[in-house]
Design a protein around this ligand. Structure first.
Ligand SMILES: [Zn+2]
Length: 171
């Protein structure tokens, strides 16, 4: 089983302010370590469930947040930007499952650091359905026919994921 993990930061446990998500700002160094530990928890769960190969795509901002020295040693990390497929860079149809970790609720929702891609998007629809980054990236996973099986993040994005994806584990 091959697992693809896209990790964002605004939905990581403990992150509640924009400053905590930006290089050089207050608390960022702490929060990037929490982000890395959240990835490690997902990685350990995936290995325990039988994953043989795991790819982690750092998907937040400049996409070089995960602390490489602290990351589980048995995964491959895609770090840095610009990436053509952005938050889903590296995903192919050869994977069996996608995890979206540290995700946040869509723009104009009530989630703590809600937004969709940039702060300039108020609403984003596909075929009349309002979506955020969870929906946007689940569509890319769907294109490759790989199911999104886990979404972790703030309390609003987990509801968003359930409404959009139905049979998905959220935390
Ligand atoms: Zn982000």
């Amino acid at each position: 089983m091959r697992v693809f993990i896209s990790v964002d930061m605004e939905g990581v446990c403990g992150v509640v302010h924009w400053n905590q998500t930006q290089h050089g700002k207050e608390d960022y160094e702490r929060m990037r370590r929490l982000m890395t530990e959240e990835v490690n928890a997902a990685v350990e769960g995936a290995f325990a469930a039988g994953a043989k190969e795991i790819v982690v795509n750092d998907s937040h901002n400049a996409m070089r947040n995960v602390v490489i020295e602290d990351l589980h040693p048995d995964v491959r990390l895609i770090t840095g930007s610009t990436k053509p497929m952005s938050m889903m860079e590296g995903l192919t149809g050869d994977f069996d499952a996608v995890f979206l970790v540290g995700y946040h609720s869509r723009a104009s929702s009530t989630g703590v650091l809600n937004h969709t891609y940039t702060g300039r998007v108020a609403h984003y629809w596909v075929n009349g359905k309002v979506m955020g980054e969870t929906g946007m990236n689940a569509l890319i996973a769907g294109y490759h026919r790989v199911p999104v099986v886990l979404v972790t993040g703030d309390s609003v994005v987990t509801k968003e994921a359930q409404e959009l994806l139905g049979d998905v584990v959220t935390q």
